[in-house]
Ligand binder design. Structure first.
Ligand code: HEC
Length: 149
């Protein structure tokens, strides 16, 4: 009996620790996979640590908005899971850019739905607890699409 209690105690500690980290045991695998996607596909523009390009908050000489940070200094955390998924899958350009090209490339042909979701879960590790809470609430109404669940 004693060993049963000890064993359940350990299991419970693991479960509560995971819950506190904000997810289930699969999350750390997702984040590791997402980090690899980020380094391979995103870091060249958004920075190795998600710091964004210099002067990212104003148009560059070409009249295009540079790549913004994904860390706590940016605004990625303000977008729901559904919106982030769409931005990465289909690409994006600021409507006021002087050029027509998608400055944020579309990754729908390059990354699988799972990889897009993984990289988003990795981006979340760059935010403050408050930013994560805000984004979680935004995503209640606008979750990942079924293809990425
Ligand atoms: C070739 C450069 C480039 C690459 C590579 C790139 N991005 Fe971007 N990204 C941009 C630019 C530029 C913008 C800003 C577009 C705008 O607002 O005009 C942007 C915007 C974004 C946004 C919107 C951020 C916000 O706060 O509105 C997200 C999310 C994003 N990128 C994620 C990613 C992810 C994830 C990857 C890798 C899979 C990636 N990007 C790869 C250039 C890039």
């Amino acid at each position: 009996m004693r060993s049963l209690i000890a064993c359940c105690g350990v299991a419970l500690t693991v479960i509560t620790a995971t819950a506190r980290a904000g997810g289930n045991p699969g999350d750390s695998q997702r984040i590791d996979a997402g980090r690899r996607v980020y380094i391979a596909q995103c870091a060249a523009c958004h920075g190795l640590h998600g710091e964004g390009q210099p002067n990212w908050d104003r148009p560059n000489a070409t009249g295009e908005m540079p790549a913004p940070p994904h860390d706590r200094t940016g605004h990625t955390w303000k977008h729901s899971d559904a919106m982030l998924y769409r931005l990465i899958k289909s690409g994006w350009r600021d409507p006021f850019n002087k050029t027509q090209r998608l400055t944020m490339p579309a990754f729908g042909q390059v990354l699988s739905p799972k990889e897009i979701r993984d990289v988003i879960e990795y981006l979340k590790t760059m935010w403050t607890p408050e930013q994560r809470r805000f984004q979680l609430e935004e995503s209640q109404q606008a979750p990942f699409p079924p293809e990425a669940r």
